[in-house]
Write a protein that binds this ligand. Sequence first.
Ligand code: UDP
Length: 320
Amino acid sequence: MKLLVTGGAGYVGSVCTAHLLAAGHTVTVLDDLSTGHADAVPEGAELVKGDLAEASDELLADGFDGVLHFAARSLVGESVAHPERYWTGNVVATLRLLEAIRRHGTPRLVFSSTAATYGQPEQVPIREDAPTLPTNPYGASKLAIDHMISSYAAAHGLAAVSLRYFNVAGAHGRFGERHAVETHLIPLVLQVAAGKREAVQIYGDDWPTPDGTCVRDYIHVDDLAAAHLLALEKAAAGAHAVYNLGSGAGFSVREVIDACRTVTGHPIPAVAAPRREGDPAVLIASSDAAMAELGWRPERTEITTIVGDAWRFTQEHSAS
Ligand code: UDP
């Protein structure tokens, strides 16, 4: 297929682009490089540096089989302090993309949604029919986009799939997590092992969990990418399917730090810090629907495998 990947210079977008190219697809990446990196775009993909809202119309006029939409702002704290950036950068920009898709009759869309659309869960594992009550503008903006996509699928025949990611981690070859402002647990812990940080902070050790620290469902970025390829194949005209994607197992912050100690051989000092606002105690995905309907199976579910790939990437990236 001839595909447009928005945000293909970012972490998940670049790994998905690599998988799409390996599967024989033709990929154009649209990225404004505000948080992405031009050198993260895999060889074989064409990079168009441009604004999502401005550039997608002209690009899609060329005739594409589908769009994979990753470009987004994704920092929870920033979304609370500057919600306008999320309503404009995520919702308004995606509306412009959807309008371009409609105008040019692009048949398929796979959207990068998030577990943040659910907010504090009443039950875990979280299924797709759980209430969607996001606790911050980031999650709200992604949920608003999911609603827009549903209406476009119903009214205009778009074949659409939203994939709600839980905690994405790991790396694929030379493609991994390179955020200017790093907030995610695994890269921060590995920065300590790499000597770039003194210690890791544990945001709360008095949560109602077995060891008192928050539990999350970590999914390897390669497993996540595989789900996007399946979603692209299975998307049905006029329907908007929504799938949660996680490994289905929870690991506490302490267990993640321990896995990082095992993988790196570094003692990784950890200090208790106050809880981070808006953090739910436990987030675990039910990926049953993705398994049943997409035929998806996560293959890299061991936390040491996920951390091991992230560590290899961190070391290679620190060296360059
Ligand atoms: N966390 C932590 N210290 C850090 C970064 C994160 O204790 O320096 C915790 C955070 O409170 C959450 C878990 O690690 O419980 C995963 O956080 P991350 O930001 O990686 O992902 P999120 O679950 O917020 O999407």
